[in-house]
Design a protein around this ligand. Sequence first.
Ligand code: SAM
Length: 307
Amino acid sequence: MDEEQWCLAVPKREAEQRRRRLLEEGLLDRRYKPRPEGDTVLLPVTEEVAGAVRCEFEAVPERAELPRHELVGGIAIMQDDDPEAARRLLASRPSLETVLFPESPVEGEYRTRRFAVLAGAPTTRTRVTEYGLHFDVDLALAYFSARLSTERQRVLEGMGEGERVLDMFAGVGPFAITLARKAGLVIAADLNPDAVHLLVHNIALNHAENVIPVLADAGHLDRLGFEPFDRIIMNLPMAAPQFLATAVGLCRDGGAIHLYALQEKEGEYLPQIRAVTRGAVTERLVRTYSPGKWHAVYDIVVEKEDC
Ligand code: SAM
C-alpha cells in the first residue's frame, strides 16, 4: 500500500551519490523504496530537510533484522563474531562480497586491524567509490575509513584552485586524490609500504597525475627541500599533534593545516597548537568515537611571524 512521505527529487545521474550521502547522514528513510519519476529519482528522507516535498511511496516489506555493520565497498565489517548473522547480511545485498569481523582494534604505526572472514569471499580487498572517485583498499594491509568522506568534501570545498597540498599521513590516498581535483600539486606521504603501493595504484586508477606518492616518515618531510605548502592534512588522530612543528615549518605563512585528533575534552590540543602558531583556529566535531571520546578537526591558519 502507498504511504505519503517526505522525499528529495534528485537528477538520475546524481541519485546513487545522494542516496549514499543521505544514508551516511542517517537521513535516508529505509522503510520506503526510492522510485524514478521522469528525469529524477525520489529519495525518501526521515525528516523535512531543505528541498523535501511530500510523495507517495511503497513500503519495503519487513525483513529480518540485520546485524550492525560498517560498509566499505563490497565488504561489511560486523561488530559481533556471528557467522549465522553474517550469512544473512551477505544474502541481503547483492553488492556485498565479504563479511568480516575485526579480531583486533586499529593498532600499530600503520593503523591496521586483523580480520576473520565470517561469510563470503576470503578477502580483505575491495573497491570503494566516493564522490565519483575509486579507491582500492586492503583493510588488513592499510588503513581506510569511509566515515571521513563528508569531511574530505568539506576540505575540498574550502580550497582554492591550484593550491600546493601536503598529506602527511596519506594512507591509500582518499584525502590526497580528492583534493587533487582542485590542487596544483599534492605530495602524499605515508610510511606503510603497502599503503603507498595502493596509493600509487589509486593515483593511476583516478588519473590523478598531480599527486606525487612518497614513502616517508612524516617527521622527515622537512628534510626533502619542498617549497612551502598552502595546505597540509594531518590525519593520524592518535599522534598527529606531535608532528605539528614539522607541519608549521612546511606550511607557508597564511596557509592552512587541518589537524585531526582524538580527544576527551574540547580544546584539548589548543596548547600544542598555540606552542607553534598564533594563527586563527577553528575546532569542529568530526564524529564520535566512543562514549566521552570524539574525533575533532582543528582548522589552523598558520601565522609564522608571531611564533
Ligand atoms: N589519510 C588516510 C585516510 O584518511 O584514509 C590514512 C589515515 S590513517 C589514520 C594514518 C596513516 O598514517 C596510516 O596509513 C599510517 O601508515 C600512517 N603513518 C603513521 N605514522 C606515520 C608517520 N610517522 N609518518 C608517515 N605516515 C605515518
